[in-house]
Design a protein around this ligand. Structure first.
Ligand code: XMP
Length: 625
């Protein structure tokens, strides 16, 4: 007990109210060399009292709602300095007698707020601050003893009770979209809570290797290598910890890889001394089914729903791995399955490992039911589960991996399968017409906006959305397109994404869809387009600057029989939790976009149009499904 008290007095507890950004708070705190621990919201006060500070996270619920996460009613009898973020702020206010109200208009996105620089929380900051506001609830009446230290119009966006060291912010200081969020956290941790920043991460490589050796004992580790930086670093780390003879590295070609990807991955890894077995399972995947609930699905090459595609691919992946293990004569109980799962992957699939409360944003293929079962049996090894992408890259460099591998852009496990929007060709005219009417308010003589009959995944508030895409056509400056992409999803409810329709301006829009499923011909079409985009991006030297450039095939045919369209999604982010579109003219040369359009429309048969995604995250996600 004594011992714990001493340790906790050097730690910051993060109470998890179900925030999608919970692990990002943890990451930011650790970045400031302060040790943090994530604990459930209902942790008893007896276990909390020794922490030097407490941060209460955001969350999707209302503090007064029936689903509000439970917490110890004595929480606020503690004298510990506390910072409440979004939900956490509302809770602090509500618990002290203030009121909280659900707003009719959601305040989602980057906003400028006005702060009071005399507050210790905002020390060294200017009056105006760019922040990410994301909650539908707001403080109505401020609790007694508290004062407002930040506003957005009439809304309180930050409060403090300086005497009791209680602080609340209605925005997310932990994400990049809050420009000075790091300084605010620093002010809280150092100035207010009195940490000294002495927790240096030390040698993470050593720590990870020790964990691997302890876990695996004298058994073997099987690692699935996609070729991306995460699984490559994972395989390298395993090899270093256990020796090459105890590591079985397998690459499964799902049929949804990039053009020549499997061949290239094998060559690249052999060059650093890793023997990779490549399994061609594309036929198995095309025809794979799974059971969802108690219903068997259609074969993958007939399925339309994004999450259904993900589940089939995730489960098939595991079956293929089981088969490979059989073929190699490996006994399941003697082998651990190692995966390069990172923190953000787990947060976004609401895994119990990262957060008990987060809404399911996406079902990740490395976190399916089956993997969860294996995890429960203690048979999944995830040595990178505490790492974010930038840290994995640093570790990769430390391990001596070549730059080209370390800086490879991420590629999702389900591959091109989730970059092909499937459709049976049908269109919900009624809904589209309603949305189209709402777009009138944004149009001018030169700018036409069209609601496109395709839906994509987005993230709004702390939850996931599935909504229509708006296309901008006409002679519009890129910056103005970016403004549309911020404004329209805020004001038009059925929309979460805005693209620019490249090519000639359109006076009218032919809303037609080509029935599309995951067939080899469709996949090949995207592979060719994706390859062209990659070549142009690499030639322009943009691989590092653009965090990721998903290329998406959508069934929009613009009236041309059997045609599809291609969406470019150049995206800039540090952590993939939030991010912004790369804007031509500012982040990349317009000539790069022109070159892509020219080559894709002439070299790939059956492409009607090329679109450019201008949406930030939120409200859009990086990927479209
Ligand atoms: P989103 O689309 O959620 O993507 O903004 C964030 C990052 O995660 C990748 N991603 C996936 N990776 N399985 C994966 O292994 C998936 O199902 C999946 N979905 C998205 C995405 O490419 C981006 O880097």
């Amino acid at each position: 007990m004594e011992h714990n008290a001493a340790i906790h007095s050097q730690q910051c507890a993060i109470l998890d109210a179900g925030a999608q950004y919970g692990k990002v708070i943890d990451r930011r705190v650790r970045e400031l060399n302060v040790e943090s621990v994530i604990l459930p919201m209902d942790t008893p006060v007896t276990q909390l009292r020794d922490y030097r500070a407490i941060i209460i996270s955001g969350g999707p619920q209302s503090v007064f709602g029936p689903a509000a996460p439970k917490y110890d009613p004595d929480l606020f009898t503690l004298e510990t300095p506390m910072l409440g973020i979004c939900y956490g702020m509302q809770l602090i206010n509500y618990a002290h007698g203030g009121t909280v109200k659900t707003q009719t208009v959601r305040e989602d996105g980057q906003y400028e707020i006005t702060i009071d620089p005399s507050s210790q929380l905002f020390l060294n900051l200017d009056l105006k601050q760019q922040v990410l506001l994301t909650h539908g609830d707001n403080i109505e009446m401020v609790a007694e003893g508290f004062r407002v230290i930040g506003t957005s119009g009439a809304l309180p966006t930050a409060i403090e009770n300086a005497r009791r060291k209680l602080y609340g912010v209605q925005f997310h200081p932990e994400v990049d979209l809050t420009t000075n969020g790091k300084q605010m956290l620093k002010n809280f941790l150092f100035g207010i809570a009195g940490f000294d920043g002495s927790f240096t991460v030390g040698n993470r490589e050593e720590h990870a290797m020790r964990e691997i050796r302890q876990h695996v004992g004298d058994k073997k580790a099987l690692v699935l290598v996609s070729g991306g930086v995460d699984s490559t670093v994972c395989a390298t780390l395993l090899t270093k910890a256990l020796g090459a003879d105890r590591v079985i590295a397998i690459h499964v070609d799902t049929g949804f890889m990039r053009r020549d990807e499997s061949k290239n991955v094998k060559q690249a890894l052999e060059a650093i001394g890793l023997l990779l077995r490549v399994v061609d399972a594309s036929q198995t995947f095309y025809h794979a089914t799974t059971v969802i609930g108690s219903e068997p699905t259609q074969p993958l090459n007939q399925v339309l729903a994004p999450e259904e595609k993900r589940k089939i691919i995730g489960n098939t992946y595991m079956h293929v791995v089981d088969e490979v293990m059989n073929d190699l004569g490996l006994v399941p109980n003697d082998v651990y399955l190692a995966q390069g799962t990172l923190r953000p992957d787990l947060i976004e699939s609401a895994s119990s490992l990262a957060s008990g409360n987060a809404d399911v944003i996406k079902t990740h293929h490395n976190d399916t039911q089956l993997v969860r079962q294996l995890r429960q049996q203690g048979r999944v090894l995830e040595p990178l589960k505490d790492y974010h992408k930038d840290e994995v890259r640093a570790l990769g460099t430390l391990l001596g991996l070549p730059e080209a591998l370390v800086w490879r852009q991420p590629f999702p496990g389900p591959g091109l399968a989730i970059r092909i929007l499937c459709s049976d060709g049908s269109i919900d005219q009624g809904t589209l017409e309603k949305i189209q009417l709402e777009l009138k308010a944004f149009e001018t003589r030169d700018i036409r906006l069209f609601v496109l009959p395709v839906q994509s995944v987005g993230v709004q508030g702390d939850g996931r959305s599935y909504k229509y895409v708006v296309g901008v056509s006409g002679n519009v400056p890129w910056q103005q397109c970016a403004e549309f992409a911020k404004e329209i999803p805020k004001r038009v409810h059925g929309v979460n994404r805005v693209v620019r329709i490249l090519g000639s301006a359109m006076g009218s829009f032919n809303a037609t869809l080509t029935p599309t499923t995951l067939t080899p011909l469709v996949v090949q079409k995207l592979q060719v387009a994706d390859d062209i985009v990659n070549q142009v991006v690499a030639e322009a030297g943009l691989m590092k600057k653009l965090s990721q450039v998903p290329v998406v095939l959508v069934p929009l045919s613009f009236g041309i029989a059997d045609a599809h369209s291609i969406v470019l999604r150049p995206f800039i982010t540090n952590d993939f939790m939030t991010g912004r579109p790369a804007i031509p003219g500012a982040d990349l040369d317009e000539s790069v976009v022109d070159a892509i359009v020219e080559r894709v429309t002439t070299e790939v048969p059956g492409i009607a149009r090329v679109l450019y995604d201008m949406t930030g995250k939120p409200p859009g996600t990086t990927e479209w499904e």
